[in-house]
Design a protein around this ligand. Sequence first.
Ligand SMILES: [Fe+2]
Ligand SMILES: [Fe+2]
Length: 284
Amino acid sequence: MQTATESRPSRPARTPLRPRRLDLEIDAESVPAAWWNDDLILSLFGDSLSLVFPVGERFFVDSVRRYRKQITDEQLLDDINGFTGQEVLHSKAHQTLNDLFEAHGLKSAREREAHVGRLLDRVRKLPPILQLAATCALEHMTALLGEQLLELSRELDDVNPKLRPLWLWHAIEESEHKAVAFDVYETVGGGYVIRTGVMVAATIIFIAEMVHIHATFARDKGVLLDLKGWGRALGYLWGRPGILRRLVPGYFHYFRPGFHPNDRDTTSLLDQWRGQLFTAPTRA
Ligand SMILES: [Fe+2]
Ligand SMILES: [Fe+2]
């Protein structure tokens, strides 16, 4: 499997962003609650991520599109459209998974989603540049998460086949559009101090929310105190294969003064996986 390298591809190599639609045919019968590595607590971590995508990605799109009128670069305007199309379709596809939560016994899902919605409503009252910086920070995290899934395909292999196209497709597109919010931020004059300060705040809030949602889902399923189960799931995430452990170095690259998301060149990694994606039930 190809791995990402630390060199920035030249600007002209940037390929146009193209939203692809994923037709996800799932129901609570065909997708078990323990859909990731047959491990319920691990799957609840994936559910927690999926829960925040629809509401979070709507926020990302709004924070970027607000600046559209200030952008004159045609390629960046095209990228904003591609980014918007991709995120809108991600939200819809994750909603399809989220619609199974009730049948999977996650009775707190709606309440948790409403809580994240209220949190983002408060963030929407902040100055637009802070909202855009928050989007840059979270887009960096989603891109890293996606790239780690693609680099070490074992985690994807462990996903229930009905859901594998969702996570593969989302991982590819997060990496494809990882520079869009950042390029808008730099174009409209966003600087280092706000970018990194907001990253620190966004990380703390994001982790706190994820822990809260994950623990609430575990309580819903009666496994909150299953210490052995937690050990197994956390060992998978932080030990081996360790998707969260492996994204830590890339996370800290964001704090380099001259950082750009394309410093991490994932061109060949993406080329390799796009071929596999098109064998999945997707429609261009
Ligand atoms: Fe997305
Ligand atoms: Fe994204």
